[in-house]
Design a protein around this ligand. Structure first.
Ligand code: 3PG
Length: 416
């Protein structure tokens, strides 16, 4: 079926100069500056390799101003070179004369990575402004003159309306890269899959965002059931008037300030979708680093909840294996500590084992899947954290809207 945005199949990119926006924002060791994980870089190598007959100018960000890992992209270029098996030259300039001269002299097959887009004020100041205002930015004016196409492969940043992501829309034909294309198609498939039962397993600590996802999935009948885990489950336990105990309440307050509104939202969803949201029947507390299993009747707890209980994990596994469509966000507990990774392990492995179509993504989900060596065993592991959650919540995705808009502009002869 024809797409409402262009992909790399729609144009002959041979001998062309392309600006390729990637998302290689990665966890970094603050003392050595080394990348701790290069999953996102690995994903983009497919897109870059396909452009071996083009001149490829990579645009990317790392972290945010003020954060310890807000660094230049030198290490990213090195790692990308290793992964690609060809040189990726790093230029410590974005759209100034050095960057421009480098781009002008590029040969077919060359790849350069420009400086962290977020080192430049326009990326922040012009955020969320109209396409035409962003098109007037220095970064867009200088770089667009030197390029034939803008390819957006940065799905993980597709919820951000910054000039390096949507600013080229009115000045260059914009196409999706392979990562973007796959993310849109797999996540859409999970949302639109008519095979039943369809189940969402929603956990992790990003409760505000996850409740939005839950609302979208239930209100639009994209899933029959939601199985809650992690902090999301704790909020639903509160909504059903369980007292979690002082240490858990203190943790919630520290993590999210007032959570009353969240509990109200959970109550609302619970009454509207009665019988369709499951909460854990047992829990695991952290007793000096050891697992202490309790039933809901044993609440309030005088220790922190670190995992769902075994009965819950086994029951959820049963439901997952019977499902025909699966969407998962967030680990079930504090999976980084082996002792408390049991719930996450059972659930993630059930998704991998299941014969149904399954997508997972958002926040720490990818790290949990990687810890469990599940890459390649689940239909789709999204590269997006916040972007994946936004997509699943049915919220606006500026980068995807921009791609669609560019296709319309192209068809109206705007770029001629
Ligand atoms: C991410 O890591 O989720 C993306 O790179 C977006 O980063 P941001 O939340 O800092 O915009």
């Amino acid at each position: 079926m024809p797409k409402d945005y262009f992909t790399m199949d729609d144009f002959d990119l041979k001998d062309k100069t392309v600006l390729l926006r990637v998302d290689i924002n990665s966890p970094i060791n603050p003392s050595s500056g080394e990348l701790l994980d290069d999953t996102r870089l690995r994903h983009h190598t497919k897109t870059i390799s396909e452009l071996s007959e083009s001149r490829v100018v990579l645009l990317a960000h790392q972290s945010r101003p003020g954060k310890k890992d807000f660094t230049n992209l030198q290490k990213h270029a090195k790692r990308l070179s290793n992964r690609l098996g060809k040189k990726v030259s790093y230029i410590d300039d974005f759209f100034g004369s050095r960057a421009q001269n480098t781009i002008k002299k590029m040969q077919k097959g060359e790849v350069v990575l420009l400086e962290n887009t977020r080192f430049y004020a326009e990326e922040h100041v012009l955020k969320n402004r109209d396409f035409s205002i962003q098109a007037g930015s220095h970064m867009v004016c200088h770089l667009s003159k030197l390029a034939d196409y803008f390819i957006n492969d940065a799905f993980a940043a597709a919820h951000r309306a910054q000039p390096s992501i949507i600013g080229f829309t009115e000045v260059l034909p914009c196409l999706s890269g392979r990562v973007m294309e796959k993310e849109i198609s797999m996540l859409t498939r999970a949302l639109k899959n008519t095979k039943r039962p369809s189940i969402a397993v929603l956990g992790g600590i990003k409760v505000y965002d996850t409740i939005e996802v839950m609302r979208n999935l239930l209100e639009n009948d994209m899933v029959d059931k939601v199985l809650t885990t992690g902090l999301v489950a704790n909020i639903f336990l509160l909504a059903r008037e369980y007292n979690l105990g002082k240490p858990n309440i203190a943790f919630l307050e520290r993590e999210m300030g007032s959570y009353d509104e969240l509990t109200e939202q959970a109550k609302g969803l619970d009454s509207k979708f009665s019988g369709r949201i499951d909460i854990p029947s047992d829990l695991v507390l952290n007793d000096n680093g050891k697992r202490k299993a309790i039933l809901l009747d044993d609440l309030p707890a005088d220790l922190r909840i670190f995992d769902i209980g075994l009965d819950t994990a086994v029951e959820y596994r049963k439901q997952i294996l019977a499902a025909k469509n699966l969407i998962l966000n967030g680990p079930a507990g504090v999976f980084e500590i082996e002792e408390f990774a049991v719930g996450t392990t059972i659930i993630f492995n059930a998704i991998a084992e299941s014969q149904s179509f399954g997508v997972i993504g958002g926040g720490e989900t990818v790290a949990a899947a990687r810890n469990l060596n599940l890459e390649g065993k689940i239909d789709h592991i999204s590269t997006g954290g916040g972007a994946c959650l936004n997509f699943l919540a049915g919220k606006g995705m500026p980068a995807i809207d921009a791609l669609k808009h560019s296709k319309k502009l192209y068809e109206d002869g705007h770029y001629d």
